[in-house]
Design a protein. Sequence first.
Length: 228
Amino acid sequence: MPRHALLIDGLGTLVSLAPPAPELRDELAARFGIEVSLQEAGRALGAEIAYYRAHMGQGRDGESLDALRRRCAEVMREALPPSARLAAVGTEALTGVLLRALRFDAYLDARPALLRARAAGARVVVVSNWDVSLAEVLERVGLAPLVDAVVTSAAVGAAKPARAIFEHALGLAGVGAEHARHVGDSLEEDIRGAEACGIAAVLLRRDGGAPPPDGVPTIASLAELDWT
């Protein structure tokens, strides 16, 4: 049966996060004269990312997202080596440093894959566990013109693998589950979540990784996604 909608994950599937520790280290040194090691920057960002993942659903709109980012910056501050210079940096300034350290890029196979899907007549909906800034990220990396809709867990109030986020995406795509395909890099969030809604799913394993369970369609690159 032909598929008429491509539902596709964001981070790890369409976009990657460049290593943020070097950016954070350099920004702290250049702007505030705060010297930290690469390892110290990495530990601080690890704490920030863990906090963000646990609270990303709170970034539901511009105001709540700004508040979440400020809290993330303070979590990062607490995980950095204490110093008088760091203590003197205001929350807003530190938040700006954090955001500059987080640089997203489109995978090289993302744009061609979206173009193929659209050429085949499929509507493209990004479905991601993310705050509401995802649409802006896709705009910055040049993928937004190839996407018909963006669905985030923060906006919907439900994160993959919940049915609600997939059902919302199907509604925006204007198709039933039997006419959609979902692609993502998480076996539990993407594959199990989509399959529970009756959506055919494909697992993306860019790094190879452990073999998936038998019967799970798997690709190593979006170049392998066939829409003919």
